[in-house]
Design a protein around this ligand. Structure first.
Ligand code: NAD
Length: 262
């Protein structure tokens, strides 16, 4: 299927590794020019080289910086001639016990996983509407639908974003101008973050890493972890010409892990 987005420009945040990189790769394969961001220059340069090799016809620009800061966001936006597609992503907040979290810890999580995407949407969405095309995908988490106790910071901040997006995406001046805003909710994906989480669980419980990994995998009906490229493919479809009637949705990609009908 031709996604019909060749030649467009995408800003893909936090994209040197993992799910962000999967989204950038899928868009590049469709002929989309990308600006990718991450904090570390080295990983960003390696990923940019991979993306250029994947499709030499597109332009790949890199911006090293923290997307959760005003400076990081300004630099990312300045590097993109026009943002037709915005993929919002950043590292997730740490796990823990809410009794240990003070106001500053909460504000950092809300800044990273709620206000940063909102600021980037604010900076881009009206231009998209004026041009009659826009696609915004926020990478959130399956924990929005099935909150996990120790991920309280993530549950809270991402639920705030989800509620906000539910309202904004339905504004007629956006939905009526072919601008869509959707959230992609990953379950367990085989990325560095998941590896670190599993290693942490193994260290905490004293169980072998293999056993912890296998138990987690067995908890997924698909009996495997997701791959970043399949996450990217779903993202590219949501950004495609064909997905203009899908907006304000929360789309789980979790191998069947969420047990509910809706
Ligand atoms: P990852 O650690 O594999 O990759 C994260 C990427 O984001 C890296 O490129 C890193 O450099 C970049 N990054 C992190 N913080 C940044 C910042 N402040 N500014 C710029 N770049 C930044 O993580 P992932 O597994 O791809 O996860 C992506 C998001 O999805 C996270 O918010 C994570 O919490 C969420 N998530 C992941 C899973 C999973 O199973 N992998 C499940 C649920 C939710």
């Amino acid at each position: 299927m031709d996604m019909g987005i060749g030649g467009r420009w995408a800003l893909v945040c936090a994209a040197s590794k993992g799910l962000g990189k999967g989204c950038a790769a899928a868009l590049v394969a469709e002929g989309v020019n990308v600006v990718i961001t991450a904090r570390g220059e080295a990983a960003l340069a390696t990923t940019a080289a991979e993306l250029r090799a994947l499709n030499p016809a597109v332009e790949v620009r890199t911006v090293a910086g923290d997307i959760t800061t005003p400076e990081g966001r300004a630099a990312a936006l300045a590097a993109c001639p026009q943002v037709d597609i915005l993929i919002n992503n950043a590292g997730g907040p740490p796990p823990g016990d809410f009794r240990d979290w003070d106001r500053d810890i909460w504000l950092a999580a809300i800044d990273a996983n709620m206000l940063t995407p909102i600021e980037l949407i604010k900076a881009t969405v009206d231009g998209m509407a004026a041009r009659g095309f826009g696609r915004i995908v926020n990478i959130t988490s399956g924990a929005v639908k099935a909150p996990i106790d120790i991920l309280g910071l993530s549950n809270g901040a991402r639920s705030g974003l989800t509620g906000f997006v539910a309202g904004l995406s339905r504004q007629p001046q956006l939905a009526g101008a072919n601008v869509t805003i959707n959230n992609l909710l990953p379950g367990a994906f085989d990325t560095e973050r998941l590896q670190k989480t599993l290693a942490g669980a193994a260290a905490k419980t004293g169980k072998p890493l293999d056993a912890v990994t296998d138990a987690r995998r067995q908890g997924v009906p698909a009996r495997r972890f997701g791959q970043a490229d399949e996450f990217g493919a779903t993202c590219a479809f949501l950004c495609s010409r064909h997905a203009g009637y899908i907006t304000g949705q929360n789309i789980l990609i979790d191998g069947g892990a969420f047990p509910g009908a809706f």
